[in-house]
Design a protein around this ligand. Structure first.
Ligand code: ATP
Length: 234
């Protein structure tokens, strides 16, 4: 569904991605794990046209992916950035409505808001509350649901579990599984390697802008090098 070939990205003289190639098949969860500064956020930001690559190709469903954020959303690809960037001064419902901006029909948008409320009922209870007053976990759920409002074919999630309590993290990962079960392809960037590998279908390990390992998530979970470097095990 998403195919990346030889992607090179630099910030001045810092080379953040050094020839990345990967493939994300339809309907799967693909995880990118790696330590701080490995290039994970740069990869997602390049896919969704926030960062311009030096070279390489990004194809979505066989076509070159647009280089304007709005066009990319229309192609069916949505990005939920790190740090749960909800519109803090808008209500929960207004945030969801904003996520549905590419849909023309207001009844269609209203139906999708109801779907999000059904998926995560706290959003219904809090629909008139300012989004900035929600807890961190609720804001993360809202950010993901806002992304789903435009009915994407694929969603890019950047560190959705960052800074959340373990019980909340469990809820976020359950939501990600639910998204895949709805047929939406997921690309998940995570520092919580254990949970990401346990959930995903396939994973890539990024180190210093290069893919150093790849394989089915559950296989990498048992790999001694991964256990030592990313799972805190000897
Ligand atoms: P983290 O988990 O800490 O967010 P990451 O794996 O997402 O790390 P990136 O944020 O993509 O890594 O950073 C990759 C490299 O690019 C790092 O060396 C970082 O310092 C550098 N970098 C990232 N953004 C910029 C920028 N806007 N200007 C200059 N250098 C940058």
């Amino acid at each position: 569904m998403l195919t990346i070939e030889n992607l090179v990205v630099s910030y001045g003289h810092i080379q953040a991605l050094n020839g990345i190639s990967l493939d994300v098949p339809h309907g799967k969860i693909i995880s990118i794990i790696g330590s701080n500064g490995a290039g994970k956020t740069t990869l997602l930001n390049t896919i969704c046209a926030i960062v311009k690559p030096q070279s390489g190709t990004i194809k979505f469903e066989g076509c070159e992916l647009g280089r304007v954020a709005q066009k990319i959303v229309k192609q069916g690809l949505v990005h939920v950035p790190e740090g749960r960037k909800v519109f803090a001064g808008l209500s929960v419902k207004e945030n969801l409505l904003a996520g549905g901006y590419i849909l023309k029909d207001s009844q269609h948008v209203a139906r999708n808001v109801e779907k999000m409320f059904d998926m995560y009922p706290i959003l219904r209870e809090r629909q008139h509350q300012q989004a900035g007053t929600l807890s961190g976990g609720e804001q993360q759920m809202l950010a993901i649901c806002r992304g789903l409002m435009s009915e994407p074919k694929m969603i890019l999630l950047d560190e959705p579990s960052l800074g959340l309590a373990p019980l909340v993290v469990k809820g976020v990962f359950e939501l990600i599984a639910q998204i895949r079960d709805q047929g939406i392809t997921v690309m998940l960037v995570e520092q919580n390697a254990k949970k990401a590998l346990a959930l995903c279908d396939y994973a890539y390990v990024l180190e210093n802008g290069k893919i150093t390992m790849q394989g089915p998530g559950k296989q990498l979970l048992c790999d001694p090098a991964i256990m030592k470097a990313y799972l805190g095990e000897k």
